[in-house]
Design a protein around this ligand. Structure first.
Ligand SMILES: [Cu+2]
Length: 474
């Protein structure tokens, strides 16, 4: 073996160790002894002559030159997203995992570089668009992006900063981290933290084709964005969180949604997509999964009679916070954290806040959510202890969820879920409450604030409402 070949092996693969693994990790498919894993790297660590970067540029050029009828062409690959992509439901993560995996294979074939691995864009470390994608003479450039994004603009820290990402990685169960349960691939139900937060935000921050599900995959940056989403899903698993084991999820089939480098359709079941190692790759820095810090069981169901809603609905105008009160909270709190049932297990219950409403001009604004805040304004910092998180929108008015196009005036009600379990423990502590304490916490208030991305933009969120639910391990 010559030096070059040895370097190639070292740089492109990780030989996984042969040591004994905790059974849950083995079940996830981590580190089958002796298996070679391809490594997807951070695009910002690649020099201008890096083989992965050159191969990607070349592949984009070759694929763009292919006729749109060719499944391995740039245009056809983007159409797949428009036709099949699940959003606001729990198929979002596995579907996009398979989508970029087959795309990566097509790039290998199109570039003629078999060692190619799709780089990822770590927008937490580098919130500006990577330099090679801003070179106007490159096939990686896309002119429809927002001027700020193609310039020096940065994605917002409240969506992609380390604190925001840490909070998302601490979210459980799977439906609150990923997105909500359904049996129908294209049905929009509720976005979890990863999708409704940084995922949607990056689509809007980049803008242009990226801001619309119909055209998003035409921007070469799309694939690196989704590689990073995929990496964060893997990071969440490495922390010990488990994907849903509900068979509605695991048995779902993506039938002929994707194509291989040979141009032939490929099927995937969701269960075959639960582990990156089982699919033969990993991400730089994620090659050595640690033992789970805590294991959160994979299937959660609503606890009986454990859902309460705000009485009011609010209309949000830009920069004006609306406060939505939910009554009867002390009882729900008791159920979640105190009530001593025979099957009581302290970690098996989660409290989720579901924020819903009807957005107008959805790609041009986002929403901040606070709990029990006072005098929330646009100047209230996101380090405020009452701040819960932010959500953003992505191409939400284009279909009903059954694939039918919506008329422009029929806007759909959208749902965003937030795991508030640890926030509640922070605000109220756990354990039995005295009757006066109960009285004081009988009403819980949520403040919502809409913020336009661009000055002068509209930022209206109609019929806003909050629902709090308690789920427990099924
Ligand atoms: Cu996306």
């Amino acid at each position: 073996m010559n030096i070059k070949r040895r370097d190639f092996i070292r740089n492109s693969f990780i030989l996984t160790g042969g040591f004994c693994l905790p059974s849950s990790l083995a079940a996830l498919g981590f580190n089958t002894p002796g298996q070679l894993l391809r490594i997807r790297k951070d695009v910002n660590t690649l020099g201008p002559a890096d083989p992965d970067l050159l191969a990607y540029r070349n592949a984009v050029e070759v694929m763009k030159a292919r006729p749109a009828s060719d499944p391995t062409s740039w245009a056809f690959q983007a159409t797949i997203h428009n036709q099949f992509c699940p959003h606001q439901n729990w198929f979002f993560l596995p579907w996009h995992r398979a989508y970029i995996l087959k795309f990566e294979e097509i790039c290998r074939q199109a570039s003629g570089v078999p060692s190619f691995n799709l780089p990822y864009w770590d927008w937490t470390l580098n919130p500006t668009i990577p330099q090679p994608f801003k070179d106007t003479s490159s096939p990686l450039y896309e002119s429809s992006r927002r001027a700020a994004a193609n310039g020096n603009g940065s994605a917002l820290a409240e969506f992609v900063g380390q604190n925001a990402i840490n909070s998302i990685l601490n979210t459980s169960p799977f439906q609150d981290f990923a997105s909500a349960k359904t049996s129908i691939q294209k049905k929009r139900v509720a976005s979890g933290r990863l999708e409704g937060g940084p995922h949607n935000h990056i689509h809007n921050f980049v803008g242009g084709k990226m801001a619309d599900a119909k055209t998003a995959a035409l921007d070469p940056l799309f694939w690196l964005h989704h590689a990073n989403i995929d990496r964060l899903w893997n990071a969440w698993n490495i922390l010990g969180h488990l994907n849903s084991v509900d068979t509605v999820y695991t048995n779902h089939l993506f039938q002929a949604n994707f194509y291989g480098a040979d141009g032939l359709p490929v099927d995937f079941t969701v269960s075959s997509l639960s582990s990156v190692a089982a699919l033969g790759y990993t991400y730089e820095g994620q090659s050595a999964p640690v033992a789970p810090a805590r294991t959160v069981p994979g299937t959660f169901a609503l606890l009986d009679n454990s859902s309460i809603k705000s009485n009011e609905v609010a209309r949000l105008q830009k920069f004006q916070s609306a406060s939505l009160g939910v009554e009867g909270f002390s009882q729900l709190f008791e159920k979640a954290f105190v009530s001593p049932t025979s099957r009581w297990k302290p970690k098996s219950r989660c409290v989720t806040a579901i924020i819903s409403g009807v957005p107008t001009n959805e790609e041009d604004f986002y929403v901040r959510v606070f709990i029990n805040g006072k005098h929330i304004t646009k100047d209230t910092p996101i380090t405020d202890p009452h701040y819960l998180g932010s959500f953003s929108f992505f191409a939400s008015n284009h279909d009903h969820g059954d694939g039918e196009m919506m008329e422009h005036h029929e806007k759909q009600r959208l749902y965003f879920s937030f795991d508030i379990t640890s926030k509640l423990k922070e605000l109220y502590g756990v354990g039995r409450k005295t009757s006066s304490q109960k009285k004081a916490m009988d009403r819980i208030n949520f403040q919502l604030l809409t913020i336009p991305y661009i000055d002068g933009g509209k930022a209206e969120f109609l019929d806003a409402q909050v629902e709090i639910v308690v789920t427990q391990q099924a």
